[in-house]
Design a protein around this ligand. Structure first.
Ligand code: FES
Ligand code: FES
Length: 152
C-alpha cells in the first residue's frame, strides 16, 4: 500500500513500492494524459512534476514519492501553466500530440525557474523531451512567446 499525492489529492494505492509511478498514474488512478514512450527515461513522454521539478515517471518508483507532491498535465494550473497551454494551442505546436503533455510539463518547469530563457536554456531544459514529429522549432517559439506574455 502506498499513499501518493497527485494533483493535490492523496491516493491510497494497493500496489507494490517498486511499481513505476507512470503505471500508478495511468492504470491505477486513471490519469492518462501522461504518456508511455520508451520506459527508459529516454523520451520524456512520461514527464510529471515532483514538488515542481520535472521527472520521468517511468523510472520513478511509487515507493520513492511518498510525501511528495506529484503534478500531472491534468493538474497543472496557475499563470505560467495557463499561459503555456494557451500559447501552445494558438501556435499549433502539436502534430500527433503524443509527446506534448511531457513537453508542456518541461516547458512549465523551465519558465517557472527561468522566466526569460535563452535558446540555450530552452535546448538544455527540453533536451530530454523527444518529438517524433519534430515540432522542436514551434516548441522553442512557443516558449519564447510564453515568456513574452508572462513578462507583460
Ligand atoms: S516513457 Fe519515460 S522517458 Fe520515455
Ligand atoms: S507531436 Fe507527435 S511526437 Fe511530438
Amino acid at each position: 500500500m502506498a499513499t501518493i499525492n497527485i494533483n493535490g489529492q492523496d491516493h491510497q494505492l494497493d500496489v507494490e513500492d517498486d511499481m513505476p509511478l507512470l503505471w500508478a498514474i495511468r492504470d491505477i488512478v486513471g490519469l492518462t494524459g501522461t504518456k508511455f514512450g520508451c520506459g527508459q527515461a529516454l523520451c520524456g513522454a512520461c514527464t510529471v512534476h515532483l514538488d515542481g521539478t520535472p521527472i520521468r515517471s517511468c523510472q520513478t518508483l511509487v515507493g520513492d514519492v511518498a510525501g511528495a507532491a506529484i503534478t500531472t498535465i491534468e493538474g497543472i494550473g496557475g499563470k505560467v501553466a495557463e499561459t503555456v497551454q494557451t500559447v501552445w494551442a494558438e501556435m499549433d505546436v502539436p502534430q500527433c500530440g503524443y509527446c506534448q503533455s511531457g513537453q508542456i510539463m518541461s516547458a512549465v518547469a523551465l519558465l517557472s525557474e527561468t522566466p526569460k530563457p535563452t535558446d540555450e536554456d530552452i535546448d538544455s531544459a527540453m533536451y530530454g523531451n523527444l518529438c517524433r514529429c519534430a515540432t522542436y522549432h514551434r516548441i522553442r517559439g512557443a516558449i519564447h512567446e510564453s515568456a513574452r506574455r508572462l513578462e507583460a
